[in-house]
Design a protein. Structure first.
Length: 241
């Protein structure tokens, strides 16, 4: 199971929100590149980079942060937030992203996202499924739809999408443990799913549990910044599991 630290960006700074609430913002570092290098030095190979300004304002805004990290580290980066057009996808890829993270567009405009999959290739995308009460949430979790998460995933698995990360908004930033039952349900009902867990991870035991149920990756944010899980813990986890 791949460990994927998260860096969330507002105004070019590394922050974390609680339950997706922009009013519950905490700045952890004013230099995201410094944080990314710290992860790389600890043996981490992949980074989850989120442009929260872009997600809120419907347009990629912090692509310069992506570019700086891509140029100055060897991390594989998935980047999301505010991607609305094919030009946005190309901008993010040109800035150095390994994967383009897409969520809202895949919910609201299936035809456009399907076009991107054909144009850029399914392996260039990481599909985000943000969940609130079993349904998909979009636009930086500011809006909840009536689309069931399992149905949403099934559509794109059938189109060849391989990686999907799932965030339970009610868990994110609270460090109360991940949504194990939700992930078990999805994995058991969608056999081709490569599920990356996101939200609520706060202990090494959480990671062990996620690996045991079949998750292919786990995104970790606040637990690292609040020193609930140390970088040394992650190195040991990678070595042991």
């Amino acid at each position: 199971m791949q460990i994927i630290p998260a860096i969330d960006i507002i105004d070019g700074k590394c922050v974390r929100l609680t339950e997706g609430d922009y009013q519950q913002k905490k700045i952890y570092n004013e230099n995201p590149l410094e944080v990314a290098k710290m992860f790389e030095d600890a043996g981490i190979q992949r980074l989850h980079l989120v442009d929260l300004d872009g997600a809120k304002n419907s347009g990629v805004m912090n692509w310069k942060v992506l570019e700086a990290i891509a140029v100055n580290t060897r991390l594989a980066i998935d980047f999301g937030g505010g991607i609305k057009t094919g030009e946005d996808v190309q901008l993010v890829l040109n800035a150095g992203a390994t994967y383009v993270t897409v969520g809202s567009i895949a919910v609201k405009n299936q035809a456009l996202f399907t076009e991107w999959l054909q144009q850029f290739g399914v392996k260039k995308f990481l599909l985000g499924a943000d969940v609130k009460n079993g349904c998909i949430a979009i636009h930086g979790w500011l809006e909840t739809t009536n689309v069931q998460v399992k149905d949403f995933m099934a559509i794109y698995l059938a189109l060849g999408v391989q990686q999907i990360f799932c965030t339970d908004v009610s868990k994110d930033g609270r460090m109360e443990g991940p949504s194990i039952e939700l992930y078990q349900h999805l994995i058991s009902n969608l056999p081709n799913l490569q599920l990356i867990a996101s939200g609520g991870v706060s202990t090494l035991q959480d990671l062990i549990h996620l690996k045991a149920i079949g998750c292919s990756g786990a995104i970790i944010g606040k637990a690292i910044y609040e020193n609930k899980i140390s970088l040394n813990d992650l190195v040991q986890f990678n070595a042991t599991f």
